[in-house]
Design a protein around this ligand. Structure first.
Ligand code: SF4
Length: 191
């Protein structure tokens, strides 16, 4: 039998997820549409494909196609041919503006009030212990910023200093903070 604290943590996670999803109804979009806009605002240039979006949302191909079709029809998302095949997804200006009314902003403001050290510890535990145990497969587990990734190389004295060994391209510092669908987990975070 799990410990009482473990059970209560599960209740807290479950309840938080339900409340966040409930808040996502309204303001003209549904939860899957809001999650898609957020993902496209946060992912890097290697991860803005329909396949990566589906892995991130843990949603079926049909659900992702339907969600994207409605966002494209609303003028919030744009599809463009991708080098090497497939399509890249981008937020339009209207899509970026829509995120100013994101229902999750209230929750983010409340979290933001906690001390940074506490937030980092919570994030570390969630990324390293909770999410890997929930992800159905490696593709769903892989998402994270470059600091979690064994492919990130720091090139002292070079500009830009960051380099992706997986795609063999330089990375701007701000790009290293975006979500990537190709993370190879490293043993320790970089700060
Ligand atoms: S270093 Fe890792 S996380 Fe960053 S872009 Fe490359 S593969 Fe993605």
């Amino acid at each position: 039998m799990p410990k009482t604290t473990t059970v209560l943590l599960h209740v807290a996670f479950d309840r938080a997820a339900r409340l966040l999803r409930a808040a996502d109804y309204g303001r003209g979009l549904n939860p899957a549409q809001w999650q898609t806009l957020r993902y496209l605002a946060r992912c890097n240039r290697f991860s803005n494909s329909q396949k990566a979006l589906g892995d991130y949302l843990a949603a079926t191909k049909g659900t992702v196609s339907q969600t994207l079709a409605s966002l494209v029809a609303k003028g919030l998302v744009l599809k463009e041919p991708r080098q090497g095949g497939g399509q890249s997804l981008f937020l339009t200006e209207k899509g970026r503006q829509a995120l100013a009314a994101d229902p999750a902003l209230d929750f983010l403001d409340k979290l933001d009030a906690f001390p940074t050290g506490d937030l980092k510890n919570l994030l570390y535990d969630l990324e390293n212990m909770v999410l890997p145990s929930l992800a159905p497969d490696a593709a769903a587990e892989a998402f994270g910023p470059c600091r979690n990734c064994a492919h990130l190389e720091m090139r002292a004295g070079r500009k830009p200093k960051f380099h992706c060994g997986h795609f063999n391209v330089p990375l701007k510092k701000k790009e290293t903070k975006n979500l990537c669908a190709h993370v190879s987990p490293r043993q320790q975070w970089l700060d």
